[in-house]
Structures are given as structure tokens and as C-alpha cells.
Design a binder for this molecule. Structure first.
Ligand SMILES: C[S@@+](CC[C@H](N)C(=O)[O-])C[C@H]1O[C@@H](n2cnc3c(N)ncnc32)[C@H](O)[C@@H]1O
Length: 241
């Protein structure tokens, strides 16, 4: 998969994309990431990319000409799916990350200041928000989207881990995880995990995932795939669904 990022400050993304899972995937060639500097597409001698808002008000708005020129230039090759990062966008979710991972190429457009001129929307395919809060710029949001999408790209996680085991994959939060030592500050690892009984471990994990989801995100249960045993267990914990 190829990921393009268009930003005023692409240097914010560099270190985050050089290390860990993403860095290794890039080194193996499982992922190609290209960072594009918006100011390179400014046409005036001051390389201005923002201007005052029509109608007045605080802050500056990103001008349409450099943004559209950059989006069209970057799209000229592999025609990526063009995504504008915006707090007004649809909420970015596990399901959206999985769906975007099948795209051969995406372009993430990062705003700054008070956002982008509305006419830029004519050249983007969708707007995505990473949450109900406002960042100073789209660069951190692009890092979040890249990391979550890349986990679904074949070859990125390797064979040892699967994004389908993580929280949200089944519509539930993940069960608790433990590693050595067996006892830490008086807290012992649940005995079933030491039993070697894989059926019992799978049942315990399922129930703990249900218990955790009910305690922390009961809203998720409405859309989760639950069988009769799951429902009975949840009702025993006080679930009214
Ligand atoms: C300060 S914000 C602009 C906020 C805008 N005035 C508004 O109220 O919708 C600057 C840029 O940060 C990015 N951004 C801020 N919050 C975001 C979020 N929750 N998700 C995705 N991008 C975000 C967008 O690219 C946005 O153009």
C-alpha cells in the first residue's frame, strides 16, 4: 500500500513513521509512505498558504490554490483515495481503518490554522475525524490514521500478531493480558491462564472481554456479535440488553 501525506509540517510525522511496526514495514517494502510539503505548491513569492477569512473572525484559513494544486499533483500518478483530516469529518473507526487498508493508495491531507477553504472539498473523497476534539493541525491525526490502517495491510504486522485479535475487532474490548512474573505485588495471574487448557482459556477470555466491555463501553454491546451464552453471561452481570 502507498500512503501520501500532504502537510504544512511533514517533519512532525518523520520520527513517528521511522520506528516500530511502521518503520519495519517500510524497510521491508510492505508500506510506502511519501510526505509532501504544502508550501512547495504555493505560487507567490512569500509562499503564502493561508489568508484571512471572508466575513471576518479570528485566525487564518488555508487558501484553496496551493492545496488543490498539491492534491492534484500528488494524485496524478496512482490516483489515491483523497482524505481530508477534519474535526467535521466522519468518525475514524476500526471498521474504517480495515476498509481503507484495501485501497492501493491513499492521500491524507492535513489542515492547519482555522481549517481549509470549503472549496477544497470538491477535490477530496471523504473527511475523517479522529475524535471529538480539536488538534492544532492534521499531522498527528494522519499519524493515527496511518498506524491504524497499516495494521491491516498484509505483511505489516508479520505472522505473529493479528489485528483481528485486538479490541474492537469483534465489537468487544480485549480481555486482560498477563505476562511473567506469575505474581506481582501480591496480584497473581489468573490460574486458568496457567492451566494449559486451551478451551478453558478461550472461554475465560471471551467472558473477560464481555465483562470489560460491559464495564467500560456498554454502548458497543448493541452492535457486537453475541451468542446465547454471551447474552446469558452479560445478564448475570446486570446487562439489560
Ligand atoms: C485547529 S483545526 C481547525 C478546526 C476548525 N476551525 C473547526 O472548528 O472545525 C486545524 C486542523 O487540524 C486538523 N484537525 C483538528 N482536529 C482534528 C480531528 N479531531 N480529527 C482530524 N483532524 C483534525 C484538521 O486538519 C484541521 O483543519
Amino acid at each position: 500500500m502507498t500512503i501520501h501525506v500532504l502537510a504544512l509540517f511533514p517533519e512532525i510525522l518523520g520520527p513517528g513513521l521511522a520506528a516500530g511496526v511502521i518503520g519495519r514495514a517500510r524497510a521491508r517494502g510492505a508500506l510506502a509512505i511519501h510526505l509532501h510539503r504544502l508550501r512547495d505548491y504555493a505560487t507567490d513569492k512569500h509562499q503564502q498558504v493561508d489568508d484571512a477569512p471572508y466575513g471576518g473572525g479570528a485566525g487564518m484559513v488555508m487558501k484553496p490554490e496551493p492545496l488543490v494544486a498539491a492534491i492534484e499533483h500528488v494524485s496524478a500518478g496512482d490516483r489515491p483515495r483523497r482524505i481530508l483530516l477534519s474535526p467535521r469529518g466522519a468518525l475514524f473507526t476500526h471498521a474504517r481503518a480495515r476498509a481503507l487498508a484495501v485501497e492501493p493508495s491513499i492521500l491524507l491531507v492535513c489542515g492547519r490554522y482555522e481549517g481549509v477553504d470549503e472549496r477544497v472539498l470538491a477535490v477530496v473523497d471523504e473527511e475523517l475525524s479522529i475524535g471529538d476534539y480539536v488538534l492544532s493541525g492534521g499531522e498527528p491525526a494522519a499519524l493515527v490514521v496511518i498506524d491504524a490502517v497499516a495494521r491491516f495491510v498484509p505483511g505489516v504486522l508479520g505472522n505473529v500478531a493479528s489485528p483481528e485479535d485486538d479490541s474492537h475487532a469483534s465489537g468487544l474490548l480485549e480481555y486482560p493480558q498477563y505476562t511473567r512474573p506469575e505474581e506481582f505485588r501480591g496480584a497473581r495471574v489468573p490460574g486458568v491462564l496457567l492451566s494449559g487448557d486451551h478451551g478453558a482459556i478461550a472461554r475465560w477470555r471471551r467472558r473477560e472481554a464481555l465483562r470489560t466491555t460491559l464495564a467500560r463501553r456498554p454502548d458497543l454491546l448493541a452492535a457486537a456479535a453475541l451468542d446465547d451464552d454471551d447474552r446469558a453471561f452479560l445478564r448475570s452481570l446486570g446487562w439489560a440488553g
